[in-house]
Each structure stands twice: as C-alpha cells, then as structure tokens.
Design a protein around this ligand. Structure first.
Ligand SMILES: N[C@@H](CCC(=O)N[C@@H](CS)C(=O)NCC(=O)O)C(=O)O
Length: 449
C-alpha cells in the first residue's frame, strides 16, 4: 500500500486507549487489510492538529487516508471494521449474536470499569513516597512525549515537572488534585482501595483461568474483546513497573496473552499468523496454527464457559453503576440546570474541565455506588450513556429474529440483571446523548407542535 493510502494513528505508548487501537490496527495490517503509521502525539500536534480537528485533546485519534478524523477507540474500531471487514474483529450480530453481544459487554467492562484498576495502579505507585514506586519510569514515559527531541536528562526533567505541576504526584491522596482528584472522582479513596484491589485480583484470576484454555477471548484469534482488554492490560498493568511485576509474577498466562495480542515480543506467547512446527517421519517440517482452537474463533457462536465468570463481573459490579448513571443523568437533564442540547462532561479519567463542581463532592452528576460491599460516591460519566446507546444498537441487531433473541436470552439470563440488556432502548429513554467529534451533548428536546 502506498504512503498516501496509510492511516495515521496519533497515540502514546503509555496510553490506555492507544494500546487498544494500535493492537487492532496491527492485526488488520498483519493481514494486509490496511497500512498505518503510528505517530507520537506530541503537545505541538495535539494543539495544532488534533484539537482543531475534533475539539478534544485526548488520544488516540485516527486520520483516515481520505482525510476523515475518527476520535474514540470504539469509533475507530467500528470505522476500520466497516472499511476493511476481513479479517473480522467484531463478531457479526446476525451470524454470531452471542459472541457479538459478549464482545461488546467485555468492551464496556474493559474500557470503563477496568480503567479504575489501571489508573489506580499507575498513580498509587507513581506518587512521591510510594514504596515500591515507579515514579522514575513515569517521568520517562511522560518526558518521552513532552520533550521527544531533548536529551534523556532533559526528557526526565520535563516529565517530572509535568507530574508535579499538573498531575499532582507530590500531594498524592493527601491533597488530591490532577490524577488523584480523578481517582477520587472515580470512587477510589483510602476507604475503597482494598475493595478495588480485591475486585481487580478476582477479575485477573478469572482471565488467567480463561487464557489457560483459550489463547484469545473467543478462541484462537483475537476479537474486539481482546483489543479492548488490552486497554487496561497493556500500558498500565503490563508496561508500568510495579503493576507489571505483579502481573508477570501472579498472572503469567494473562501476561503471555498481552504479548500475544499486542503482537510484539510474542514468539513464546504464540500469536496469530504464527505456525508451530513438528517433524514428519521423513524429517520435513509440518506447520500448524500456533494458537488454540485450531487458530479460529470457537465455532457455532459458542461463548466459552470460562468467559462467564468474566462477564459476571460486568453484571455484578458495573451494570448497577450504569443503571444509576442513567437515573442520575436523567434527573440532571430534567432539573433545568442543563440547557437542552448543551454540552456534557466527556472525559473518562477525571472530571471534565468546567464541570468540576457538577462531578465532584455531592454534585448533581455524582452518585453512590458499591464495590465489594463498600459504599462510596463517584462521578457520573455521560460518555457511558453513549456507549450504552451503541450497545443497545448491537443488542437490537443481535436479537432481530426470534431464534437469535432466544440465543441471546439464554446467554444473558444467568447474570443478575442480564435480561435487562434486552430492553436497553427503554432504559436509556429520556437521557440520550450525542457525540460530536470528541464532545458529548444531550439530545435536544423535541419541539412539540
Ligand atoms: N473514550 C476515549 C477515551 C480517550 C482517553 O481518555 N484518552 C486518554 C489517554 S488513554 C487521554 O488522552 N487523556 C488525556 C486527557 O483526558 O486530557 C477513547 O475510547 O478513545
């Protein structure tokens, strides 16, 4: 493919959602479906290129060969899947309704629930005075983006200055600001930390069991669910030093899956496209696919049983929070405090600038939630509603015939609240949102004649 036909991915190596998109593009590129250049999103490019294009500073962002900008990891995957359908990454709603719904549920869990585990690990062990601490590694990671052309000492100084002045590593949880204010807003405080850690360890244990039997979420090839799980697992839990040590030593099969899915340094991990060889009696080398399940997704739209405990985490922990998000957002939209069609906070890791009062303390976009039996408060994220709308569309398509509906019902029925996903459109009514570029707005009220 010529240079002109290439996608341009603007990303950072240490970014959660960049890890998801990069591995997905690598998979498509490995199959020859597309070509892309991975571009370090420096502050200069963010200010001069990304913000003017999409209205947001976040990474990753993708520039398609035809000049279209796509912001948001989920939209990037959908966009490229439509443009380059083979090899498929998203199970088709009509051909594989159960695998399709299960993959999207895991995407939601990975993007917006596991984010708490990952963000916590990075910054709890990145604050001054932490023991163990990967503060030096964080200086390097940030410096590499902030001052990429400077020498190593200057890069570390640039990283250090940013961690102190903007991210708040000196004060940590003592006087939370920057990323620590983000953690508090996500419901991570000294009172809830043990609960989040227990939830995190349980989920990794369940993934370890799954990857003992299958090389990827759906069998012998990666899918949307794998690339989504790489969000939390690559940059924060595999690369970062303290969490990376724990992952390698406590969850070696999840570690191996990270290498397999990220497709770098993966010879021992066995990955897609790789062959394993045995010797024939005549000494000739005989090749077979290196990954489990014959190198394919499990047949018959089966969702592997070892995935059920992973899906259960979504229904037990995250789904109640999403339902309460809808209730709280609906009340806020009806309160008169928000102009119909106006902008809503759109960020994931921290309260959005300008909405701090609304999303912190007892603000109208905060709510109670529970983790491991501990009750606390966290911010409401209208972006979650946009993801739920997306999931509602997927569920609608995956249940459009009576027999498909029966299949999806059978998949969801065992989980608490599982069948509620079948009525998502109804549950979302009254608080639908729109995403324009990288910004979220409420749906304008329909004028009645
Ligand atoms: N929903 C977005 C989230 C993107 C996002 O939050 N990116 C982070 C890095 S992983 C970021 O750029 N944060 C900087 C900021 O929020 O200012 C996606 O799926 O792409």
């Amino acid at each position: 493919m010529s240079g002109a036909g290439r996608y341009r991915l603007f990303s950072w190596e240490h970014s959660y959602f960049s890890g998801k998109v990069r591995a997905f593009l690598r998979y498509k590129a490995h199959a020859g479906a597309l070509a892309f250049e991975d571009i370090l999103a420096t502050p200069d490019l963010i200010q001069g290129v990304l913000i003017p294009a999409t209205g947001t500073n976040v990474v990753p962002q993708l520039l398609a060969p035809d000049g279209t900008w796509v912001q948001d990891s989920s939209e990037i995957l959908d966009f490229c899947e439509r443009a380059h359908p083979a090899p498929a990454v998203i199970p088709a709603a009509r051909a594989a309704p159960k695998q399709c719904v299960a993959s999207h549920v895991i995407e939601l869990l990975a993007d917006e629930w596991m984010v708490v585990y990952a963000f916590f690990e990075r910054w709890f062990y990145g604050r001054d005075g932490a023991d163990p601490s990967h503060a030096g590694f964080n200086e390097q990671q940030w410096g590499a983006v902030l001052a990429p052309g400077a020498d190593g000492h200057a890069r570390r100084r640039a990283g250090r200055a940013f961690l102190e002045t903007v991210l708040g590593v000196r004060e940590g949880f003592a006087q939370p600001r920057g990323v620590y204010a983000g953690l508090v807003a996500l419901g991570v405080t000294p009172a809830t930390i043990p609960a989040w850690e227990a939830s995190h360890a349980r989920l990794l244990g369940r993934l370890e069991e799954h990857f003992a039997r299958h090389d990827f979420v759906l069998g012998g090839l990666p899918s949307l669910a794998d690339f989504s799980l790489l969000g939390p697992l690559y940059a924060h839990l595999y690369r970062d030093a303290v969490a990376g040590f724990a992952l390698r030593t406590r969850f070696p099969l999840v570690t191996e899956w990270v290498e397999r899915t990220n497709h770098e340094g993966a010879l021992n991990a066995r990955t897609y496209g790789q062959k394993l060889y045995t010797r024939a009696p005549d000494g000739a080398l005989v090749a077979r696919p290196a990954t489990s399940d014959g190198g394919a997704w499990v047949p018959g739209d089966e969702v592997p049983p070892t995935l059920f405990p992973v899906l259960a985490v979504f229904f037990e922990e995250m789904w109640p929070v999403l339902k309460s998000t809808l209730v709280t957002l609906r009340a806020y939209l009806a309160s008169g405090a928000h102009p119909s069609g106006g902008e809503l906070p759109g960020k994931t890791f921290t309260p959005s600038p300008g909405f701090e009062a609304v999303q912190t303390g007892d603000g109208p976009l905060t709510h109670e939630f529970e983790i491991e039996g501990v009750r606390a408060r966290r911010m409401v994220l209208p972006y979650h509603v946009w993801l739920l709308q997306r999931l509602a569309g997927v569920v609608r398509e995956a249940t459009s015939t009576p027999s498909d509906r029966a299949q999806v019902e059978a998949l969801l029925a065992p989980f608490p609240g599982g069948l509620e996903l079948l009525g998502l459109d109804r549950v979302i009514a009254g608080c639908r949102v729109r995403k324009l570029g990288g910004r979220i707005f409420s749906e304008p009220a329909v004028e009645r004649p």
